[in-house]
Ligand binder design. Sequence first.
Ligand code: ATP
Length: 321
Amino acid sequence: MRSYSLIAPAKINLYLEILGDRADGYHELAMILQSVELADQVNIRAIGTQTIQVHCDHPQVPLDKTNLAYRAVELMSQEFPDCWAQFGGVEISIQKNIPVAAGLAGGSTNAAAVLVGLDMLWQLGLTQPELQELAAKLGSDVPFCLAGGTAIATGRGEELDPLPSLDSFYVVLAKHQNLAVSTAWAYQSYRSQFSNTYGRSEGVDKSITTEMINPPTRVHSGSMVQAILNKNVAKIGQLLYNDLEQVVLPNYPQVLQLRQAFENCGALGTMMSGSGPTVFALCQSQEQAQALLQHVQSEIPDPNLGFWVTKFASHGIQIVS
Ligand code: ATP
């Protein structure tokens, strides 16, 4: 039986602005997403029986239909019933290195890897736009995870415009291992507290045309885009932004404490990723990243606080073998 092994990188949000409510119940977003080298390994294998089996070495990851990798196989079997009939079922084994429920798109990147793996296993020869369309059906972050690198993401997060890759940054990630923030809770809380301010942001750069209930006139991710185009490292660090911090930081004092600890120890910039609770800091070298990690670790001596040092990545899903 044929099998493939894929690398599925995590992402961080360099910028996350909530622009308004959409008619489909989601939020209209303006984000800048960045892949990092911290990645899961996803192995995919054809098995004789018409079943979907998911294995994972992390106890918090579900192995049933609620696993996004499982849903990716299900979607592909519905889209390509002849392949499902011809090649049989699939076994997915996930080696989990990305912290779970962390705002790092761990589930989404696993799902993206499954799409690429099945494309090869079933010899479909799908184009990148075809894979992106399937990815968008699985979740807003899945198309980005597929392509990776650095990109502007609009709409629900599934409409991508690639940016030139930034390979010079090191990243320190920190997360309280026993802390999880529900993405749905974060967005709903933001809506109930801040929907009256949608579209009133200052700054002027990019028009939004997508159908929205309460469209804003402009968004201001453009300064960050400009900094990225100029590869202005210091400016990128200063312009990190995440609207969801406004609801997560007041409700999760541990995340606030982490944010403050990173802010006070000389990083180029620091921000919560996605809906948290992971906080990241940008550094110019591995040495600076290690020094920063040690500094924050000594400031918050909590054995449950996990740290990872990684680097910006210019790729999404990669095939190892
Ligand atoms: P995002 O940034 O896309 O919102 P996240 O990084 O916050 O995602 P995940 O690691 O994807 O969060 O996990 C969110 C929840 O999804 C977990 O609580 C877990 O139960 C579930 N889940 C489903 N499939 C997976 C998967 N393959 N890997 C990790 N978690 C998964």
